[in-house]
Design a protein around this ligand. Sequence first.
Ligand SMILES: Cc1cc2nc3c(=O)[nH]c(=O)nc-3n(C[C@H](O)[C@H](O)[C@H](O)COP(=O)(O)OP(=O)(O)OC[C@H]3O[C@@H](n4cnc5c(N)ncnc54)[C@H](O)[C@@H]3O)c2cc1C
Length: 400
Amino acid sequence: MKLQLDPADEAFREEVRAFLREHLSDDVRRRSHIGMHPVHTGDRVWWNEVLGRKGWSAPHWPKEYGGPGWTHLQAHLFEYECRMAGAPELRWQGIRLIGPVIYTFGTPEQKAQFLPDILTGKTMWAQGFSEPGAGSDLASLKTSAVLDGDHYVLNGQKIWTTEANESHWGFFLVRTDNTVKPQRGISMIVLDLKTPGVTVRAIPTINGEPATWEVFLDNVRVPKDQMIGAPGSGWDQGKFLLGNERTASADVEKSWGDLRRIRTVAAAEVRQGRPLIEDPLFVAKLRELELQVQALEWSVLRVLLDAPSEHPVAARASVLKVRGSELQQRISELMVEALGTRGLRLYRRDMAFEPETVTPLWPGHVPGVTVDLLYQRALTIYGGAREVQKNIIAKLAFGL
Ligand SMILES: Cc1cc2nc3c(=O)[nH]c(=O)nc-3n(C[C@H](O)[C@H](O)[C@H](O)COP(=O)(O)OP(=O)(O)OC[C@H]3O[C@@H](n4cnc5c(N)ncnc54)[C@H](O)[C@@H]3O)c2cc1C
């Protein structure tokens, strides 16, 4: 990354690097570099605790709510350094998604109840927005919440709820009013996923790893003070949350880490008697992607640093989402291309830790590559499908 940093930001970056050198073990780094963390919750929980003790677990949160109070540039530098050092990714749903909603829209009691455990990673969260008939057309969601004394009673079904199986809490969009415009009848409510009436069922995925779940709500009673904001205001909170999700979806840190891994893989793979990394055609493809990621990184920084723009921030967040997810897919395709015919086989990430599976035919840089390529198909779907993001850009940025 070629950023012109002032001395204070340089010193900040050095402080982060020193912290990472001190705290990250080789084992954790190794699991990170082969993309193990999505299937290794232990490392993520541990790392969240380590950062929580230091006050660094929520880089974008203001000091007032337990964040480090960093500038957006510092938060970006921190995330970049963490990824390049091989730190586990933190779970998004608590720190990136519901935490900011709670400190922006929640009551003082809700802030006191939920924010500290989100910061330390003690509670994990799942996002319950999508339903079988309500994905892109989220406003048509049907899961109902009916007031009964001091409780709302929830009935309905959510789908594609990432990590619902191991989450403690969920934030759900529910319908509290059928008589108004669809968006105005939606509310946001948080609930303990151990509440009676909640059933979670796995959805098999293309890469064979558990990732996403269905959640069935059958007469689930939720205290009414667990609604975030006023009844009927859930659409505003949902839009606020999705704006943050889309900006974060660009995930340039992951792209930089994967580009570096491609170099490692291409140095180890041999084609026609020489390392693939010496093949000018392959290197040209790699360099093009590096340039594209660099350009995207500048665009992310322009949004984060609030640089003047003629386009509204929601349109720019959608641009970052589309561009970032497409680039990540292209990067994972090049990584599989680097493996040649080995890329045809699904080679689990955790195989790298079974020494007998690492042979000259299946060397240590292979695990997880094809698995990751298949998972990356979802990037242009979740957080708002690509075609729908393009509609948003057309409308908001170009008035079409
Ligand atoms: C791996 C994964 C994880 C997910 N995690 C979560 C989660 O944790 N929580 C959650 O709430 N949801 C989650 N989702 C759901 C995700 O947000 C939805 O899948 C997404 O919003 C698309 O909705 P849909 O699947 O109903 O598809 P649809 O909305 O039915 O879309 C199907 C296709 O039609 C296109 N399309 C739809 N409307 C238009 C239009 N107006 N113009 C042009 N094209 C259109 C779409 O782009 C898409 O290609 C996840 C999805 C995946 C795949």
